[in-house]
Ligand binder design. Structure first.
Ligand SMILES: NC(=O)c1ccc[n+]([C@@H]2O[C@H](COP(=O)([O-])OP(=O)(O)OC[C@H]3O[C@@H](n4cnc5c(N)ncnc54)[C@H](O)[C@@H]3O)[C@@H](O)[C@H]2O)c1
Length: 393
């Protein structure tokens, strides 16, 4: 990272956040990540759907009360009119609010950092893509796992041919017990993630599997052409699928599979991948993220570790500590903020900035993710039939 950009820019990047207030699951992670390296400040927010919680959350973060808003509509309008307006907004609400909120900020010339899944459906995702392109704003989708230096290492190695041609892409994202394995009797008491009314019965494909699919594309450069999906509901009273097995066909005869689950009992986060090529395979496990293992066909395993010169540039420039001092999830998430803030600063200084965006999950990733969700949903409805993912953006 290039911290000299901060002094050249003369201030930190001003961020506002929608959602993410006290009691939310992902908000605190964003706050830790955005502050980690000194590139960003949190200066505004509509931090909760409940005004009292929104203001209490803002006070806790020392946000000026004038910039603590009760709705994102008010925030977009009033921030856009300020001379010290926010440079970018973080959208950390449930997915059904992502597009309506992002639209308001993009239209007012404010860059967007958006939680996944990008939108409620493919139509909204395509509208997002068009608006990002027509406004020329910067956009980052927080598929945070690509911020791990060893995920970036895997990408660099696979793209440089370390496995020969890729043959099989094997992704698992299977947490064990998502809060509860027994849903409350009153449907209204269920978390939005487990209410079919919020994101449909196949919401696990956006909530969990979208990370795995984006990672598969990130490390291999391949986008699935077809999917066959089988989903099940295990937990009593559950109204959304809590387990998904997907088989994929990628271009060039490459095959893949993805397992997403909320009920892989005993697992913690359960995110890992193995990519097999002609000459060996690469494996990575998010619960031991500092290490990437290359196992060639005819030789012993080689373990790549964060913090060594022998790693790829994208891995070397995504860390703070030498090998042996673990960084972990929070700083992997922070790498997205570092990249995004550097792009904002460099762009404002009239310098080249595309290099800062090269590892970041994009609005195109969001569209690809929604195509996968829609195709897998259709496939499951048709008994697991092969279904086209519609690979053109
Ligand atoms: N990147 C990751 O690893 C990761 C992890 C968890 C969640 N997420 C994503 O983050 C998003 C939020 O998930 P969560 O688990 O934190 O949800 P949550 O229900 O815990 O929190 C959502 C927050 O949004 C607020 N909110 C809802 N509607 C709002 C509105 N109209 N205006 C302002 N605030 C509003 C709520 O009050 C709450 O503070 C989802 O899209 C989810 O998929 C991503």
């Amino acid at each position: 990272m290039d911290k000299s950009l901060i002094s050249a820019f003369g201030r930190r990047v001003r961020l506002g956040m929608v959602g993410g207030g006290i009691g939310s699951i992902i908000g605190e992670t964003h706050i830790i990540a955005l502050r980690a390296d000194g590139f960003c400040d949190l200066v505004a927010g509509a931090l909760s759907s409940r005004p009292e919680v929104a203001h209490r959350s803002a006070a806790q973060e020392l946000i000026d009360p004038e910039r603590s808003y009760e709705t994102y509509e008010a925030m977009a309008e009033q921030e856009a009119a300020r001379p010290d307006r926010i440079d970018a907004v973080i959208i950390a609400t449930p997915p059904q609010h992502h597009w309506p909120a992002a639209k308001l900020f993009l239209e007012r010339g404010i860059d967007v950092i958006c939680e996944k899944p990008m939108t409620r459906d493919l139509a909204e995702a395509q509208a997002m893509l068009q608006l990002v392109r027509s406004t020329g704003r910067l956009f980052c989708l927080t598929h945070c796992y690509t911020g791990y230096p060893m995920a970036r290492q895997a990408r660099a190695m696979i793209r440089a041919g370390a496995l020969g041609a890729v043959r099989m892409i094997d992704m698992t994202f299977a947490p064990g017990d998502h809060g509860t394995s027994l849903e409350p009797e009153d449907p209204a008491d269920r978390h939005w993630r487990f209410q079919a009314a919020s994101m449909g019965a196949t919401s696990i494909l956006g909530e969990v599997n979208s990370h795995a699919y984006q990672m598969a594309t990130y490390v291999t450069g391949l986008e699935a052409e077809q999917v066959s999906a089988n989903l099940s509901m295990f937990a009593p009273r559950r109204e959304v699928y809590d387990n998904a097995y997907l088989t994929m066909r990628y271009p060039g005869n490459v095959m893949g599979r993805m397992w997403a689950s909320y009920v892989a009992a005993g697992n913690d986060q359960g995110f890992s991948f193995r990519i097999y090529g002609e000459t060996g395979h690469i494996s990575w496990n998010e619960e031991d993220p500092e290490y990437l293992i290359l196992k060639p066909m005819a030789g012993p395993a080689v373990v790549y570790a964060r913090g060594y010169e022998a790693t790829a540039q994208a891995a070397r420039t995504s860390l703070r500590y030498r090998a042996g001092f673990p960084e972990g999830y929070g700083l992997a998430f922070a790498n997205l903020y570092v990249d995004f803030a550097q792009a904002i600063m460099a762009r404002a200084l009239g310098r080249p900035f595309a290099q800062y965006l090269s590892e970041l999950p994009t609005v195109e990733d969001g569209v690809r993710g929604m195509k996968m969700i829609e195709a897998a949903t259709l496939s499951h409805a048709n008994g697991g039939a092969w279904t086209d993912c519609g690979t053109r953006l």
